[in-house]
Design a protein around this ligand. Structure first.
Ligand SMILES: Cc1cc2nc3c(=O)[nH]c(=O)nc-3n(C[C@H](O)[C@H](O)[C@H](O)COP(=O)(O)OP(=O)(O)OC[C@H]3O[C@@H](n4cnc5c(N)ncnc54)[C@H](O)[C@@H]3O)c2cc1C
Length: 407
């Protein structure tokens, strides 16, 4: 029997596509297939409240099984799709069952980058799933010494929780600063100082040559010849889009599955959504592949609207957040090509924002404990109008008023 919409990957974007289709009053059949044993869930808490033990598993789920049953959304868990046959419009599951589709949505997310070492992979910790988070949480219970490889936002969020649990924490980083891929040097320095004041030790400009087992401990051998002994190692060295299935079925891929503003791939029966997709962004006039909840949710809504016959091209200012200790970092826009940075607020009081301008237009903002600045900044980015930088840095000027004046 042919199914109307089949979604591969029951994560945040896949789950939201199914939910949004019903919200759009889509009447056809919806089948959501995922290789994990869970209902579609949100991952951010896996390195925050859930890892700390403050949030229960059921709070991670996008919706309950009851919701999916009531809305006639079939969920097949614990099964991986191993092939797409585009000519016959069907997919092959790992149990050799075939399912025919009218429309296919690929929502396969990302896979973590792995380190090749002498250790068995099972002896090292990566963080992508509920199961990964539970395993790390268990290790954090003992008063261990932890080494985190990678000073990206996931590594740093884990560090902040490990410190709260009184572990000895060292972060090893290839670059010379933390979160170098996503924030300015001002914000990076701020976070480095914050972590150091809480007790985290950093080793920068260092890559890992190997990790060996030594009894119950791990021996990390670094590129400069130094050796670190630790109880356990968590690796957070980035992710890559999960495009294997799309690529082997001949869909166009280049840093993600290439889609248009409606989420359509090079095959007009097939869509791609979330981390695995690479879409055009009209505000920034460039292609983007984003790894964020906002992207998973908004792109899913756009694709669902299109399938339900209410086309809604995807065009959003990207945004993202991270929680470390008492600090909320909120990032909006793409700062890559800025020609000026303006700081507003009070770094010493842990409340400030960095505004990135290009030819006097605001293109991005990093806000630290500054939600008002973040909201106003996001609106200013959307408006594409020129903003006098003197006004941004002047704390007597309410940014909401600038937004009002420029509207
Ligand atoms: C620890 C952590 C913390 C994060 N924190 C934040 C944050 O603070 N803010 C933020 O904006 N974003 C955060 N993110 C990123 C955000 O969670 C992702 O961008 C989002 O989950 C992407 O949704 P997705 O559906 O594209 O991918 P995923 O949620 O990863 O879902 C993909 C699903 O597809 C399944 N799958 C893959 N291949 C197949 C196959 N062949 N057959 C069947 N199933 C398959 C996978 O098992 C997975 O369940 C975080 C991510 C992690 C891991």
């Amino acid at each position: 029997m042919k199914r109307d919409v089949v979604i591969i990957g029951a994560g945040h974007a896949g789950g939201m596509t199914a939910i949004s289709l019903r919200q759009q009053k889509y009447q056809g059949s919806i089948t959501l297939i995922g290789e994990e044993d869970f209902l579609p869930y949100q991952r951010p808490a896996l390195s925050k409240g859930f890892l700390a033990g403050d949030i229960e598993e059921k709070r991670l789920y996008l919706k309950s099984q009851n919701y999916f049953d009531k809305n006639n959304i079939i969920i097949i868990r614990n099964h991986k799709i191993v092939a797409i046959d585009r000519n016959n419009k069907n997919i092959l599951l790992d149990n050799e069952k075939q399912i025919e589709y009218e429309k296919l949505v690929i929502a396969t997310g990302s896979v973590v980058n792995k380190l090749k070492t002498s250790c068995r992979e099972a002896d090292l910790y990566y963080l992508r799933t509920i199961e990964d988070s539970l395993k790390i949480r268990e290790k954090l219970r003992n008063k261990n010494k932890i080494v985190i490889i990678g000073a990206g936002y996931i590594g740093l969020e884990i560090a902040s929780i490990a410190i709260k649990k009184n572990l000895e924490v060292t972060v090893l980083e290839l670059d010379n600063q933390v979160m170098s891929r996503v924030v300015s040097s001002e914000v990076s320095d701020f976070f480095q100082n914050k972590h150091q004041s809480e007790g985290v030790e950093f080793t920068f400009n260092t890559s890992v040559t190997d990790i060996e087992n030594q009894g119950k401990q791990k021996r990390i051998i670094c590129s400069d010849g130094s050796v670190l002994n630790t109880d356990f190692v968590v690796i957070g060295i980035g992710i890559k889009p999960n495009v294997e299935l799309a690529q082997s079925s001949g869909l166009e891929c280049d840093n993600g599955i290439i889609v248009d503003e409606l989420g359509q791939t090079s095959d007009h029966h097939i869509f791609a959504v979330g981390d695995c997709s690479n879409h055009p962004n009209n505000i920034f006039k460039q292609r983007l592949r984003l790894e964020s909840v906002q992207n998973a949710v908004e792109q899913a809504k756009s694709i669902a609207a299109g399938i339900a016959g209410n086309q809604k091209p995807y065009q959003e200012v990207p945004w993202f957040w991270s929680d470390q200790y008492n600090i909320k970092l909120q990032i909006a826009g793409i700062s890559q090509h800025h020609d000026r940075r303006v700081i507003r607020g009070y770094p010493k009081e842990e409340k400030f924002a960095v505004f990135y301008l290009k030819e006097n237009r605001l293109i991005a903002i990093d806000a630290i404990n500054s939600p008002r600045e973040f909201m106003a900044g996001k609106k200013l980015i959307e408006m594409l109008s020129e903003v006098p930088f003197e006004l941004i840095s002047n704390m007597d000027v309410d940014l909401k008023e600038i937004v009002g004046q420029l509207r």
